[in-house]
Design a protein around this ligand. Structure first.
Ligand code: ADP
Length: 398
């Protein structure tokens, strides 16, 4: 059985075709510059490639290019889309409505549309992907929505409420929703598998550290708390995002610099974080290289981010009254031994001990804590596409 996984952005479309018999990726690719010009780059698992520039005024033409790449190009992997059992879509914001993944119908589309107010950059773009699939494949292929927020829907009110006047929660749904839920769920499921225990019997902290970063506390098999909030800007500093800062600093700057709400959003989302502090890049590799070369602001950015990560981990240990296992994932979590060492070496007070040799490994699933460590620490590469494909398969099999 083959599942097609779609992650549609406003001008891009990422996809993977996964064979669920062995959970292997048959092909993956990316369409870019949709609405402007159009280009596809496509890779089959055996190394064959196909790329082309072709007009993509809308996502429909992008999907037509994808169908061509998968079924006719020199890197084709199937004869026809009829071989595909279902399509799974990544949807960023499911609000309080979607507590789990679900089959897409017109009512679901309407609700995702309503939730666009909470994710104006993402949900409308995700829906472009859904609608283009309906246009091209009709009702023939079932489509499933998998929400970044669903996993966090188990947070209790004490974790998700903001201490603002209550009416803003009632009127506008202003509260913490979290993000990266599909990744936190995938990694914590895998962690429980490795431990050979039921997830409900483990207190887990998952650190998803990539361009966007979030940390989640998982207790009794469910999300108790997470660092991202009303939007994925919340939490701690990321590639270009500030994370939490005193809101008064923003109102002060807005007055001083005559900034509109849109300006403040842009600054906090695109010009802050590791980029804003280092002035070098938003990319961890560039910042680490600059820091090693003596760049003081790059060094400060690294120190600040690591310190904030440590504080989140520490606060979640307190929130759960302990921790059994910690997992690092995402581009930075999987590849930056120095960051992992910093965090773990500051958790010796609860008996964390890491194996420096194991910790040097990059991008691999590995236990980096010693056998004597009272907390098991892992690197677990995330795989959000596979998580989406698994949900999709489960839903269409019901
Ligand atoms: P996204 O949030 O866009 O999915 P990723 O999870 O791919 O991001 O993470 C991107 C980050 O991972 C970048 O900051 C990149 O520098 C960092 N990264 C990737 N590989 C390495 C590496 N070998 N060493 C250090 N950092 C790395």
């Amino acid at each position: 059985m083959k599942i097609f996984v779609v992650n549609a952005g406003s001008s891009s479309l990422k996809y993977q075709l996964i064979d669920m018999e062995n959970e292997k990726v048959l092909a993956k690719g990316l369409c870019e510059r949709i609405g402007v010009s159009g280009a596809i780059s496509h890779k089959a698992a055996d190394g064959r490639n196909y790329s082309a520039e072709t007009p993509m005024p809308t996502h429909s033409e992008a999907f037509e290019a994808v169908v061509y790449a998968l079924t006719k190009s020199e890197a084709k992997v199937i004869d026809s889309f009829d071989e595909i059992s279902a399509i799974g879509h990544r949807i960023v914001q499911g609000g309080s409505i979607f507590k789990e993944s679900c089959l897409i119908d017109s009512e679901v589309i309407d609700k995702i549309e309503q939730l666009s107010e909470l994710a104006p950059l993402h949900n409308p773009a995700n829906l472009l992907g859904v609608r283009a699939c309906i246009k091209i494949f009709g009702e023939k292929i079932p489509q499933v929505a998998v929400f970044d927020t669903s996993f966090h829907q188990t947070m209790p009110p004490k974790a998700y409420m903001y201490p603002l006047p209550y009416e803003y929660f009632e009127k506008y749904g202003v509260r913490k929703y979290g993000a990266h839920g599909t990744s936190h769920r995938f990694v914590s499921d895998r962690l429980a598998d490795i431990e050979g225990k039921a997830k409900k019997d483990l207190k887990i902290i998952t650190c998803h550290l990539g361009n966007g970063c979030s940390i989640t506390a998982i207790k009794d098999g469910a999300c108790l708390d997470t660092s991202m909030g009303f939007t994925p800007l919340d939490g701690f500093m990321m590639g270009t995002r500030s994370g939490t800062i005193d809101p008064s600093a923003l109102t002060y700057l807005a007055e001083k610099e005559n900034l509109s709400p849109a300006d403040v959003n842009r600054i906090c989302n695109k010009e802050s974080g590791m980029l804003g502090i280092s002035g070098v890049s938003n990319d961890n590799r560039d910042i680490c290289a600059a820091a090693e070369g003596g760049n003081k602001r790059a060094q400060l950015a690294i120190e600040m981010q690591r310190y904030e990560i440590l504080k989140f981990v520490g606060s979640y240990i307190a929130a759960m009254n302990g921790v059994d296992a910690i997992a690092f994932t995402g581009g930075i979590g999987e590849n930056d031994p120095d960051l992992r060492k910093y965090v773990c070496d500051n958790l010796t007070f609860i008996g964390v001990e890491i194996d420096d040799e194991m910790n040097k490994l990059r991008g691999k699933e590995v236990k980096i804590s010693t056998d004597a460590s009272r907390v098991n620490v892992y690197v677990i590469p995330t795989n959000e596409e596979l998580a989406i494909a698994r949900d999709t398969l489960e839903i269409i099999s019901k």
